[in-house]
Ligand binder design. Structure first.
Ligand SMILES: C[S@@+](CC[C@H](N)C(=O)[O-])C[C@H]1O[C@@H](n2cnc3c(N)ncnc32)[C@H](O)[C@@H]1O
Length: 253
């Protein structure tokens, strides 16, 4: 058995991802029934970055979340602390800049990136609120943050069906397709223990991000949060207004 506990000790988390790295992307496609590709396209649209801009893709793993930026001529840095995941990524995409680094203590100077993003990574970080502060530090004033993370379906019937899938079907399928099925039991447990959409929006606000909105995908299985680093030359959004802004936008998805 090689899985992290819900304490998310960094050594356990990194070892678990080292272990699943070779089949990580294939297993993802199977377990999400192909949905990850659609979710990733929505994240890239939300980032809205331009050719030549510099983007941090934190907890980038094998770089699958970084690829669309590189393909579009954006200068993307893929950062992760699992050397196993980085190695698979570098072999597949030698043109992408893969850098080993811890989300809670990033190896980058202040204001280094035009925008930052983290896909399906924040939930695995031992101190996610610290990671939100670190991403704020390394992003330029006025720069954007986009987070994609598993979340909580908003409609009760859909939530119940999805919980059944997570706790029963997903571990059973993982036994067939993954070399480390226990890692996918961790996946299911960590998704259930993760804060909901509004809670994560509040963490973003506490960390100093402004203009926070989120969008539910697949009925809330995934939430994409968007935020901005305050810019001294731009009027900031008052806190009372901010609270209204972080109300869910129930878009189809
Ligand atoms: C589920 S994978 C996501 C990979 C990629 N972003 C994607 O969308 O496929 C989560 C990644 O988070 C990384 N991770 C977890 N905690 C981290 C930390 N404290 N610092 C850096 N990376 C971390 C793991 O090593 C793993 O590669």
């Amino acid at each position: 058995m090689n899985r992290a506990s819900l304490e998310k000790r960094p050594d356990e988390v990194a070892t678990m991802f080292d272990d699943v790295a070779p089949k990580y992307d294939v297993v993802n496609d199977v377990l999400s029934m192909g949905q990850t590709r659609r979710w990733r396209r929505i994240v890239v649209d939300a980032m809205d970055v331009k050719v030549g801009q510099k983007v941090l893709d934190l907890a980038a793993g094998t770089g699958t979340s970084s690829e669309p930026y590189a393909d579009a001529g954006v200068d993307v840095v893929a950062c992760d602390f699992s050397l196993g995941m980085l190695k698979v990524g570098k072999r597949r995409r030698p043109d992408i800049d893969f850098i080993a680094g811890d989300a809670t203590n990033l190896p980058f100077a202040d204001n280094s990136f035009d925008a930052s993003t983290i896909s399906f990574g924040l939930r695995n970080v031992v101190e996610p609120r610290k990671a939100l502060e670190e991403m704020l530090r390394v992003t330029k004033p006025g720069g954007r943050l986009v987070i994609a993370e598993f979340s909580h379906p908003v409609v009760p019937l859909w939530r119940n069906l999805y919980t059944e899938y997570l706790m029963r079907a997903l571990p059973a399928i993982a036994t067939k397709v993954s070399s480390n099925p226990d890692a996918y039991v961790y996946l299911a447990e960590s998704i259930r223990a993760w804060p909901d959409q509004d809670h994560l929006a509040q963490w973003l606000s506490d960390a100093g991000w402004t203009d926070i909105t989120y969008r539910n995908l697949s009925g809330g299985i995934v939430a994409v949060h968007r935020a901005q680093k305050p810019d001294e030359h731009r009027e900031s959004v008052p806190v009372a207004k901010l609270r209204r802004q972080i109300k869910p936008r129930h878009q189809a998805g």
